[in-house]
Design a protein around this ligand. Sequence first.
Ligand SMILES: Nc1ncnc2c1ncn2[C@@H]1O[C@H](COP(=O)(O)OP(=O)(O)O)[C@@H](O)[C@H]1O
Ligand SMILES: [Mg+2]
Length: 336
Amino acid sequence: MARIVVLYNTDYDAEQATLTGLDVTSVRESAKAITRALAEAGHTVELTGVHGIEVYSVLATIREQKHDLLFNLCESMDNNSLNEPTFAGLLDLFGIRYTGADLLALASCLHKQRTKDILLANNVPTPPYRYLVDDGSLADPALEALDYPWFVKLAHEDASLGITEANLVHDVAELRTRSRELMTEFKQAVIAERYVAGREINVTVLGNGSTARTLPLHEIDFAAMPSDRPHIVSYAAKWEESHVDYVGTKPVPLRAATPELVAAVEAVALAAYRAIELRDYGRVDLRVDAEGRPWVIDVNPNPDISPDAGASRAAAAAGLSYPLFVGEIARIALAR
Ligand SMILES: Nc1ncnc2c1ncn2[C@@H]1O[C@H](COP(=O)(O)OP(=O)(O)O)[C@@H](O)[C@H]1O
Ligand SMILES: [Mg+2]
């Protein structure tokens, strides 16, 4: 059994949390649940927070304590999620062994245009895209000739931040209007990609190299979505329990899928996981088009593994209780 320190970020203060919609207490609750699960799995566990530039003293202390493993739940530092990769880089600098993705993979996913470039270069199916940084790129006449509908999203966010039904755009005017709104509100670039109408499937992956494996697939059940609303997981769908989109986007185990579809989805998800060089655990989100072809729309390193998260449900479907699931991630990281 190992000595493990669980590390999470404490930076999002109340004001910032309201601005970004991030719930700081849920980050702490999740870290506590993971700590309890590791203890139940038989490890000696400690829980530590990091806020910002005091990171050096925190890491110096952890280094002295000679833990076997740091369970990395640090998603930002100093109120900025762009510091998530930086933190992994510091762990490497301090020679501390940690769970999950390294600096390069975290940064690749934090910059969605990079994720897309890597997937495309490795022939992993992902919709064609444009990277839109300012009014200049929005003025590009080539945008008029795209095969609409397309979908726009923030280049540097996750958890459906900035996603509403308006992100599904049917012509260049809608694309320009919604992209400009997003750039103004969130002060960052946007990517636009072809909209894939069809089922949305989430694949949790565990492991490294040739032994990486998929857990039982889940999908979004859109049956309760009002007929006038697009089948997407909007911000409201994810976070606002009383919203119609919340009820209309129920995560369920994959139903009525042919073995061919399951095999194709698993193969594409594993190819994406390997192309981005994720480690230990991850989640790949895909959409399946009318011809039954899967397309990768999102690659998530260090995905949410709270007890009620999709990854934990997938683990349960594979027969892994919560302590076994979290313990398995630690085991995989220690075996690297
Ligand atoms: N190309 C696309 N085609 C169809 N739906 C999409 C596409 N891209 C994103 N979506 C919808 O938007 C949601 C959020 O987009 P995603 O790329 O997963 O961003 P996030 O990092 O915020 O999770 C997805 O769960 C999906 O419902
Ligand atoms: Mg996603």
